[in-house]
Design a protein around this ligand. Structure first.
Ligand SMILES: CCc1ccc(NS(=O)(=O)O)cc1
Length: 314
């Protein structure tokens, strides 16, 4: 019989290597130096290895014609398997996929498989659904990492009240109880009311991070992440994290928040930023959308490990 040709095996990495690349914390500074060498050649190579992760997942519901106007960007759609489903409004219509649709995905975190919801900046046509999702998910914290208008372009609808007058968003009445404007971010407290039940929610809007760009200053992100992390109620549902598309700046925030929680547990000896981003990419497309954001996460972690930024600075 004809000799069976040897099947050439490509990419013989075990799956684990494809999805995780742990680094000893004590070796992280050298690891960063090696990735950054030669004009960040190995950062570019490693970021490129993330490109294919998650692209096998479907986004059939987001692609439906009736949901087209609910997507801010046509190329940023939620994967079906992790999408957040709004509770059905009319039970008798089995196919009411449209009224349960929102461009949002659950993202796993350090303490929960649904620690975050990453979502796009609400549109005028989806802000009522956005507040409905917040109520249904028992969310008590929103992290907004965009301004409504940036460089003359609308990035997000002003989906909350402009003043302290109670404002209705669908069946939910939102009232702004306080607003504190700081140099790099604004903190707002809201009450939400539905059918005589009243809840509270805190809204953090980071205003110093340009779209598609990296932040530049690691101390700002560290201070912001620690401020938010310190104020998330223990009994709360997922933390909503959004920017304009809900992938670049949102992914960077979530990755850094995750790693900081990991580092806070002194028993952890390894750090796996590649693995954190790879896992997020399996839950929402393009999470950590630029190589500069990927490098920035590493720089922020390096600065924390080398004590260049810490709580004691403030
Ligand atoms: C082209 C779609 C797109 C727009 C904006 C962003 N940046 S963001 O995810 O940080 O808002 C990412 C992707």
């Amino acid at each position: 019989t004809e000799k069976t040709p040897q099947r050439r095996i490509f990419n013989t990495y075990p799956i684990s290597h494809k999805l995780s690349r742990p680094v000893l914390i004590e070796a992280f500074a050298e690891h960063y130096r090696q990735l950054a060498a030669d004009s960040e050649y190995r950062f570019q190579e490693e970021y490129d290895d993330l490109r294919s992760i998650g692209t096998n997942y479907s986004s059939l519901i987001g692609e439906r014609a009736e949901n087209r106007l609910k997507n801010r960007y046509t190329n940023i759609l939620p994967y079906d398997h992790t999408r957040v489903k709004l509770i059905e409004m009319n039970e008798d219509d089995e196919e009411d996929i449209g009224s349960t649709y929102i461009n949002a995905n659950y993202i796993s975190g350090y303490t929960s498989p649904r620690e975050y919801i990453a979502t796009q900046g609400p549109l005028p046509t989806t802000k009522d659904d956005f507040w409905r999702m917040i109520w249904e998910q028992n969310t008590q914290t929103i992290v907004m990492i965009t301004r409504c208008v940036e460089k003359g372009k609308v990035r997000c609808d002003h989906y909350w009240p402009f003043d302290s007058d109670p404002t209705e968003y669908g069946d939910i009445t939102i009232t702004m109880a306080s607003e504190s404007v700081l140099p790099e971010w604004t903190v707002r407290d809201f009450t939400l009311e539905l059918k005589r039940e009243v809840r509270s929610l805190r809204h953090f809007q980071f205003t110093a991070w340009p779209d598609h760009g990296a932040l530049g200053r690691t101390d700002l992100l560290l201070r912001f992440v620690r401020t938010v992390r310190g104020q998330i109620p223990r009994n709360a549902g997922p933390t909503i994290v959004h920017c304009s598309a809900g992938v670049g700046r949102s992914g960077t925030f979530v990755a850094f928040d995750f790693v900081l929680q990991h580092l806070a547990r002194k028993e952890n000896k390894f750090i796996d930023i590649f693995g954190v981003v790879a896992r997020m990419r399996q839950q929402r497309c393009y999470m950590v959308q630029t190589e500069a954001q990927y490098v920035f996460i590493h720089k922020a972690v390096l600065d924390v490990l080398e004590g260049r930024v810490s709580d004691s600075n403030w």
